[in-house]
Design a protein around this ligand. Sequence first.
Ligand code: PEP
Ligand code: MN
Length: 276
Amino acid sequence: MFSTSLNLPHVMRNGDQSVTTVKVGDALFGGEKVVLISGPCAVESPEQIELCARLVKEAGGSVLRGGIFKPRTSPYSFQGLGFEALKMLRNAADRVGLAIVTEVMNAEHVEKLEPVVDMIQIGSRNMQNFDLLKTVGKSSKPVMLKRGMSATLEELLNAAEYIMSNGNQNIVICERGIRTFDDFSRNTFDLAIIPMLKGLVRVPVIADPSHATGNRDLVIPVSKAAIAAGADGVMVEMHPDPEKALSDGAQSLYPEQLVTLSDGIEKIATAVERKF
Ligand code: PEP
Ligand code: MN
């Protein structure tokens, strides 16, 4: 176990407990195998998400992502198709045998998402929405907790503690980059927090190099670095036609890049005595 001067929340402490695993469909986060989550930033149409589902499955992914409500900086940007998109996401995943994860934006929506999704995503902007954290803490579904874009490690762990202390132990933490002064990337991917988290807490940790970098050319190398550093999986955005994507096209992989990524993950996983 790593040492830290941080005042770690109680339930989060690693101690001598073995690593907790979190099952989402066929995927087991925190087990021997690293997990690939992929899909578009947003669900845009039945055709788009069905094609994505097939491509993710073929590339060895086990969870399909796709936003139905999008937290956009501008109110004039595409906001997501809402609950109609949830059905599209579920149907597309069921056709090929994938689990689904989607972001919940407010506590009222949790009960509508809960029966349909396999995993609930808490987005970066909501990492300290404590009402929402308490609500998903009472949910029976696993939660992917994304790091707030300006959150410290202690704040991130306390957000996880909100969920756990309300009864839900099935949490996967996701590093998605922090506010940056760089002029080449959307955020700065905090590689070191991966081994830090893995050394401190008994919670699976994944990386989102898409939102961390904002640039599809950086997604493959950063994903590989995350796996090398001990991440239990990666979540990457992919779009069949990124130039026409309604959100985050620049960071969305082309389908063939997802296959390249998948090969890369397998090689790195082997090097760090994991499997894919
Ligand atoms: C997302 O994954 O769809 C997303 C909006 O990411 P973040 O909350 O990390 O910005
Ligand atoms: Mn996105």
